[in-house]
Design a protein around this ligand. Structure first.
Ligand code: SAM
Length: 218
């Protein structure tokens, strides 16, 4: 059967995307360390803000997330892995175009990164994103509970075999028909390749891989 495509749009030049990319450039040019920022530190925060930005999806991949949110995000969007807020900004911008008035909740262990993300979102006028600070081991269920009608999830943190399969199990138990989940970095390590191979084996619905992101349809 033909896989349901996420319709790609020509590169967006609208204001919001320009603002997000301007924010990315500002962060890439900043001299500070993540650890200099206010808030509770996460275990990966001993690095420059510039380096942290490098952990965010590039513009092309963000366009995929924007398109996915526009097409599938009308019930609400969940993200595990806020970092400095770039992918959540694209997901929010796309969800706002989806026809609903969707809630977006994103979570990260680092309060410092969440603080940077909040500033970026504010600068882009994306003021209604919600943030959950803490380890996914403790917060993942709570994050999904905050968006009971979620229709799109982006899993981009805790890139371990066990973590990835745990989040797959969590979404599988909650997903209604039509929900879409995107796993990032499925080729990033042996553990992630094994986790994606396992998901491909057990997932009953449609599935596709593109630019290191694996998408599953329920
Ligand atoms: C690759 S970055 C996310 C990038 C972001 N989605 C983007 O594209 O803009 C991964 C994030 O997950 C967070 N993280 C990693 N493991 C985590 C865990 N077990 N619990 C909570 N956050 C975690 C890190 O602090 C980091 O900010």
């Amino acid at each position: 059967m033909e896989k349901p495509a996420i319709h790609q749009q020509p590169p967006q030049v609208d204001t919001i995307i320009s603002q997000i990319e301007a924010g990315r450039s500002r962060l890439l040019n900043s001299e500070g360390l993540v650890s200099d920022m206010p808030g509770t530190a996460g275990p990966f925060d001993d690095q420059s803000i510039k380096k942290a930005v490098g952990g965010s999806k590039n513009k092309g991949n963000c366009q995929y997330l924007y398109d996915a949110a526009k097409q599938y995000g009308s019930g609400g969007v969940v993200e595990l892995g806020t970092n400095v807020g770039i992918s959540s900004a694209y997901l929010t911008a796309g969800a706002l175009q989806s026809g609903g008035s969707p809630k977006v909740v994103t979570g990260d262990v680092s309060g410092k990164r969440i603080g940077i993300a909040k500033d970026l979102h504010r600068q882009c006028g994306l003021t209604h994103v919600e943030y959950v600070e803490g380890y996914f081991e403790q917060t993942a269920e709570h994050i999904f509970n905050r968006v009971p009608g979620w229709t799109l999830a982006f899993i981009d943190g805790d890139h371990t075999y066990d973590g990835t399969l745990k989040y797959y199990d969590l979404v599988r138990k909650r997903a209604r028909p039509g929900c879409v989940v995107i796993f990032d970095d499925i080729e990033w390590s042996d553990q992630m390749r094994q986790a994606w191979a396992e998901i491909k084996k057990i997932h009953k619905g449609q599935i596709s891989a593109k630019d290191g992101m694996g998408t599953v349809w329920f």
